[in-house]
Design a protein around this ligand. Sequence first.
Ligand code: FE2
Length: 399
Amino acid sequence: MSTTTPSVSESSGTVGAPAAPPSTLAADTATTGVAGTDPLDLEAVDALELWVGNALQAAHFYRTAWGFDLVAYAGAETGVRDKASYVLQQGKLRLVVTSSLREGTEISRHVARHGDGVRDISLRVTDAEAAFREAVRRGAVPVRAPYEEKDDHGVIRRATIAAYGETVHTFVERRDYAGVFAPGYEPRSGPQDPLPSVGLLDFDHSVANVELNRMNFWVEFYEKVLGFQLIQGFTDDDISTEYSALMSKVVSDGVGRIKFPINEPAPGKKRSQVDEYLDFYNGPGLQHMAINTDDIVASVQALEARGIEFMRVPDTYYEDLRGRFADLDLDIAVLQRHGILADRDDEGYLLQIFSRMNQDRPTVFFELIERHGSRGFGNGNFKALFVALEREQERRGNL
Ligand code: FE2
């Protein structure tokens, strides 16, 4: 890959197409890198925007199969001439799926290169312009300078910085907006959902896959630019099988509302799941989004009834689990029936499950997570999961 290093100047004069990420951050770090200070006043993840080949069908998939509600639409009928976007909501989760109506656009080029994938992990802030200026001052590559959009419901202010690969973070300021999503969108709902609700509540974490030897760069990016702190790290000893391995570190805002684990491949006898992702996504990007539920068994049952399939670990995993959870009143047989995984640490335990891929390319998938005290990410499951992932990878001929 290219090692071009655009220098990031203090002034944000160069706003244009997303630049390649710098290999070093801006030199002005004297007042940066203070973890936990929330220098950008981040509130939460606002939405995940996926750029896809066919937003109409993707919206149907996330609505019908994943149980989201369609709440808003923008496209030719609302005066948007070159793209169509559908806003899907479930609990506090918001997905936007967007496709291009024309060839030669940034969206169609992105889709040709990456397949369906997450373009924007937007972050709600109190002041988009201030967040953008401060992020750029701390070394972020600007993608779009602050701008406003207005309609009868008020004004939304936004600005965008580059993250890993072609992924971006848009700062979104909603305090003066009361409409359904944003100017240019109209309220839109789908037909009455005849199936039991899935019960997904909120974003838990979003995982990046980056290239070999780039994990620490992106950890440093989130520490310096967004004021995040490193909360956990796993080495290839923790997450490896006979064949392949990965390294992972987790960065989070001060209060743990926003958590971004970052993976890189580690050398192994065969290609790891991260290598496979980087190959098919053509570079770094979002690998999975984890979603909170307070009843994972009910959520999984509802999703299975809607046709969603999940990764399976070998049954031997549950024999081991019975030992590890002997003192807790957990119905392991129910977990086993649905392929739900469990992990525990000093603070409590968590239940989790990983879906199969959301599209043909082996790139983006979802995780469901039910937390009982544990703030971990299921590292005790990584090995079992890795074996399951490799089995899938082998079926695709990519191991
Ligand atoms: Fe995860």
